[in-house]
Write a protein that binds this ligand. Structure first.
Ligand code: F6R
Length: 612
């Protein structure tokens, strides 16, 4: 997500911070900023745009200061503008903060600070509230004040605070967002990621959740929530710059696959209420009346996002009882769909810039449909042109092949389906609770699916797959779109031709292609059609096809009927696509690696497709 760099020492801070921010550019960002001390004041320079643009704004005086903080922002609350860029300062300007993460109770804190302290907020960000809250409690000791203020904050944060009264002090706090301290000689650093530190030091100390740090050029001290000192181990980083950018993984794609538990947790945050057993999407300003009279939904998307849409259709139809059509955006725009203002369009786009999806959105709006966008990029074209936006909080996705963004699109669609079901009264409280519990269990289950043991199993399977030029992915019901996504991913990065087939359709033609040893990945996770899928598997077995099944641990009979099996944790049918896609991502990844392909940047493809 966003990037943080802080420096305190004897060097001129400007170049150190700019260099650190440049090392974080690979993560993606939309604005950047710095703050330095000058004559007892903190001076902020920030702007939408690149770090190189920011560098041009720094005049010579900025180049004399010995401590400061820097930030690259990837917009979450509020679009990428100069005002929304970090650092943010308190009303007096004496407190400056840079923050990564999401402050869940920022609205309540904003209200309180405006009412009790007459604060006027300058930005739309959740982060600005932290600067004011710290000033509100400031008692002369920055560290204890930050501890006190953060005890009232809910959400995730990596926070670095500077105060005008102590020019060489940085105070840090961490909760569910990484923050790493770099230890130097007569100087110290802090950053959200290791690459920002590596040119200066390899000695680091990693902050844990609930910890606070006080950093001066001479000393780094860590404390727990009660203010008791914490002893930390110092790690020597051995990664080179490139490995550090990928979090120690060989490719961004694997890093992003491994980030899926967190991405799902973030996307669910504040949108599900376990106690009430409900989904809360009141962030969407559609009226309940508007939603309850929706006659039909059109889902418009491309590629992987289209596959998410196919699952969204099944979820919305079964949970909310609204008929849904799903269209590949490049087809939607050139057919003659029967559109009217009582319908809703849902456009799904990771980048929010896909030309065909944008054209579909415009066409729907021109016919009077309200448009809900599901996107990962705040301020993207899709988010600006839609009536309402439901953001996926996957963080920037760098590998061309979409993984974590896709999984969070599924989460967004389940949330929409359940919310619509609640509004329309088609979902019983018991079913709604089951869905909420199921959604909240997903991050933990994803971790299980991504265990080292699971990855080794898939890697071993790929040794077989790697020698073939063709493969099939089969499945029924919700497993069919997952098969489509698995086939797309394999094609895209390993260049093996892969075909997805509804398992029941094999006999209508594709079966002719099954030969001895041909890899067939069978998704068999749906209880309602398990026997049917397994009888299709038998037909493949009879022709010598080598079946690798992805199924659930409660379907323990499957292993007897196939060459190899991957078990997912037990889960309700409707939510299985979130888990079952993961082994298919890993199959694509390990096969591409074994074939020596350019995993993160496959040939002929681009991350953002802004042309028709
Ligand atoms: C495949 C992939 C693409 C995108 C498609 C739409 O891994 O990433 O199929 O899903 O190009 O892109 P967005 O979601 O940005 O509209």
């Amino acid at each position: 997500m966003c990037g943080i760099v802080g420096y305190t020492g004897t060097r001129v801070a400007g170049p150190v911070l700019i260099e650190g921010l440049k090392k974080l550019e690979y993560r993606g960002y939309d604005s950047a900023g710095l703050a330095f001390h000058e004559n007892g004041q903190l001076i902020i320079t920030k702007a939408a745009g690149s770090v190189a643009d920011l560098e041009k704004l720094l005049d010579d005086k900025h180049k004399t200061f010995k401590a400061g903080v820097g930030h690259t922002r990837w917009a979450t609350h509020g679009p990428p503008t100069d005002l929304n860029a970090h650092p943010h300062s308190s009303a007096s300007g004496e407190i400056v903060v840079v923050h990564n993460g999401i402050i869940e109770n920022h609205r309540a804190l904003r209200k309180r600070l405006s009412e009790e302290a007459g604060i006027e907020f300058r930005s739309e960000t959740d982060s600005e509230v932290l600067a004011h809250l710290i000033e509100y409690y400031f008692d002369g000791d920055l560290l204890t004040t930050v501890r006190r203020a953060m005890s009232e904050v809910e959400g995730s944060y990596a926070l670095v605070v500077a105060g005008s009264k102590q020019p060489d002090l940085l105070v840090c706090a961490r909760q569910a967002s990484p923050l790493i301290i770099g230890i130097g000689e007569g100087e110290n650093f802090v950053a959200s990621d290791i690459p920002a530190l590596l040119t200066h030091t390899r000695k680091t100390c990693i902050m844990d959740d609930g910890e606070f740090a006080s950093i001066t050029p001479e000393k780094v001290e860590l404390f727990d929530k009660e203010g008791l000192p914490v002893e930390k181990e110092i790690f020597e980083i051995t990664w080179d710059q490139e490995a550090a950018e990928k979090g120690g993984y060989d490719h961004f794609m694997l890093k992003e696959i491994m980030e899926q538990p967190d991405a799902v947790r973030e996307t669910l945050r504040q949108r599900v209420d376990l106690e009430a057993g409900k989904v809360d999407l009141t962030e969407l300003e559609f009226s309940a009346q508007e939603l309850s009279k929706t006659e039909r939904i059109f889902i418009i998307a491309c590629g992987t996002a289209y596959h998410a849409g196919l699952i969204g259709k099944m979820a919305i139809e079964s949970i909310a009882g609204i008929p849904v059509e799903v269209d590949v955006a490049s087809e939607f725009r050139y057919r003659d769909p029967l559109l009217n203002p009582n319908q809703l369009a849902i456009v799904i786009s990771q980048s929010g810039e896909t030309a065909d999806t944008l054209a579909g959105l415009r066409m729907a709006r021109s016919k009077g449909l309200k448009v809900l966008a599901i996107t990962n990029v705040v301020g993207s074209s899709v988010s600006r042109e839609a009536d309402q936006v439901l953001y996926t909080w996957a963080g920037p996705e760098i590998a061309v092949a979409s993984t974590k963004a896709y999984v969070t699109q599924l989460i967004a669609l389940y949330l929409v389906a359940t919310y619509l079901g609640q509004i329309r009264g088609t979902v019983e409280p018991r079913q709604s609770l089951e869905l909420v519990e199921g959604l909240l269990a997903l991050p933990g289950q994803l971790k299980q699916v991504l265990s080292e043991e699971s990855r080794t199993l898939i890697k071993n399977y790929c040794e077989h797959l790697v020698n073939w030029d063709n493969a099939f992915f089969i499945g029924r019901n919700l497993d069919y779109p997952v098969a489509m996504e698995g086939a797309l991913k394999l094609k895209e990065i390993s260049y093996i031709h892969a075909e997805a087939c509804a398992a029941g359709e094999l006999k209508h033609g594709p079966l002719a292609l099954i030969e001895k040893g041909l890899p067939v990945v069978a998704l068999a996770t749906q209880e309602a059609v398990l026997d049917k899928t397994m009888s299709n598997v038998q037909v493949v077995n009879a022709r010598g096809g080598a079946v690798f099944a992805i199924t659930r641990e409660d379907f323990d009979d499957v292993s007897r009927q196939v060459e190899a099996v991957f078990y997912l944790p037990a889960i309700i049918d409707i939510l299985t696509p979130v888990l079952s896609v993961v082994p298919t991502q890993l199959i694509a990844y390990y096969t591409a690696v074994a074939r020596g392909c350019s995993v993160d940047k496959p040939r002929n493809l681009a991350k953002s497709v802004t042309v028709e």
